[in-house]
Write a protein that binds this ligand. Structure first.
Ligand code: PHE
Length: 481
């Protein structure tokens, strides 16, 4: 998440500061995706078919030809990166790896029987008259991902340690908000679903690619108060008793830390905020309609592109889980979209996080499995409990080295991913110390190798570990111990 008053980039900063012991305790700061207790999902539930229309006329939707180009294997040479039929010249910023680029071809959210797509369709069906875009290329400009959304020039989210760059100006989107400006020029009610990419650590709940759904609704600033009152009255009458089935707590208030924008009329802004929370409460209630005692709470948040801003959390098996970020859209963004007389809200949610909970899926890597035992379990528009299949044995290897001056754990994890791909289940820092005389820091990481789909041999893992040792020395200039 792009949040926190200190302009930190997401929970990741907090997460990096966590000790391995904290991690194994399950302590987890808020994130758009992350570890949380998994419930045993309820029995099969038939959901309403999705109402997401297709909009072939949209200039921003990939044509069939472009979509096919997206499926072609990306190519990285020493000079260039080719993805989606486009070639980009590399520079000092380029840090995207073949393993990551390969993920751009998968498009999980477009496979109707995939849990990510099932959740996408279900959420879309709660916004039936919204224009839904779901085939945008993940390659965007830094202007689209950051500048257009009012990110400060020195925002940590721009760092090469957090973001995958093709070159200085072109990157893999880190959030679906990268498309907000474009789509808002087209419609006042929009949804965008897409794969997003963030450099990260490795464990059962973190993966460098995940899926988000963005939603936004705009109103005429002059009539927003009356228009919204009528909309909410209509919705509540339609939802009836069902809308009250889940307990919602909202103690947020407009404060100097989470302020109204100067450009906004207070009554209009409050009406928009009401409509935002009302729409998202209805959405989450429908998604968890089988959950008798689901509790939802709203907390304050900070994003560069909304003010005021909030996060929704749900209480799940005793832990508060962050589900989405949202807020009142920065008026400058609406001005740039050619809509200065509108006022509106936007939200962004992580689909894997909801799918893990709703389907009871224990490991985020399973979403990427090509194993039929995973893929054949699900049906379009149905939430059903994941049936675990036997795990293949793990193979554990440690690697120790003296860290260079500018050591960043994400860079190390990136090399692990690049060498071993999805065969790595997790990477944990198991030991570290600073030499009393030389002040040099030594770290020891434990790598847990386990395939989701097959038995791995010790010889094969030894070879990978040897390759990893070589790459770590070469790319990070470390001294192995
Ligand atoms: N883009 C934000 C994220 O990825 C979520 C968000 C979307 C917040 C829209 C506010 C409005 O964390």
């Amino acid at each position: 998440m792009f949040r926190a008053a200190s302009h930190q980039w997401s929970g990741r900063i907090a997460r990096m500061a966590m000790s391995p012991a904290q991690k194994s305790n399950g302590a987890m700061p808020a994130l758009t995706r992350g570890a949380f207790a998994l419930r045993s999902a309820s029995s099969q539930r038939i959901l309403r078919p999705a109402l997401c229309a297709s909009f072939h006329s949209s200039p921003y939707r990939l044509s069939a030809e472009q979509a096919n180009l997206m499926k072609e294997p990306p190519v990285i040479t020493t000079e260039t990166i080719t993805v989606g039929g486009q070639t980009y010249t590399k520079d000092a910023f380029s840090n995207v790896t073949p393993t990551i680029l390969e993920k751009t071809t998968r498009q999980l959210h477009l496979i109707p029987t995939h849990p990510v797509a099932i959740i996408k369709d279900l959420i879309a069906s709660t916004f039936p008259d919204f224009k839904h875009y779901d085939t945008f290329s993940p390659v965007v400009t830094t202007k689209e991902n950051f500048d257009d959304l009012c990110f400060a020039a020195d925002h940590p989210g721009r760092a090469v340690t957090d973001t995958y760059y093709l070159n200085e100006k072109v990157m893999l989107r880190t959030h679906t908000s990268a498309h907000q400006l474009k789509v808002m020029t087209e419609s006042d009610k929009i949804l965008v679903t897409a794969d997003v990419y963030r450099r990260d650590e490795i464990d059962a709940s973190h993966y460098p690619v995940f899926h988000q759904m963005e939603g936004a609704q705009l109103f005429d600033a002059k009539t927003a108060v009356e228009d919204i009152k009528a909309l909410i009255t209509r919705d509540l009458a339609a939802a009836g008793a069902a809308s009250k089935a889940i307990q919602t707590t909202d103690t947020t208030v407009i404060t100097p830390e989470n302020p109204k924008q100067a450009a906004h009329d207070e009554a209009a802004m409050l009406a928009v905020a009401d409509h935002l929370k009302h729409s998202l409460n209805l959405m989450i209630r429908r998604l968890f309609s089988h959950e008798k005692d689901l509790q939802v709470r709203w907390i304050d948040a900070t994003f560069p592109f909304t003010s005021p801003s909030w996060e929704m959390e749900i209480l799940y098996q005793g832990k508060w889980l962050e589900v989405l970020g949202c807020g009142v859209i920065q008026q400058d963004i609406l001005k740039n979209a050619g809509k200065p007389d509108k006022i509106g809200w936007a939200f962004g949610l992580g689909l894997e996080r909801l799918a893990l909970v709703l389907f009871g899926i224990p490991d985020i890597r399973l979403f990427w499995s090509q194993d039929e035992r995973f893929l054949k379990q699900f049906e379009p528009s149905k939430i059903q409990k994941f049936k675990p299949f036997s795990k293949y044995p793990a193979c554990i290897k440690d690697i120790s080295f003296w860290t260079p001056e500018k050591f960043h754990e994400n860079n190390f994890c990136e090399i692990v991913r690049d060498v071993a791909g999805d065969i790595v289940e997790d990477v944990h820092l198991i030991d570290e110390f600073t030499h009393p005389k030389t002040k040099k820091r030594s770290v020891c990481y434990r790598i847990n190798y386990r395939s989701m789909d097959r038995n791995v041999t010790n010889a094969e893992i030894n070879e990978l570990q040897e390759k990893l040792r070589e790459e770590v020395v070469q790319r990070m200039k470390v001294d192995l111990r």
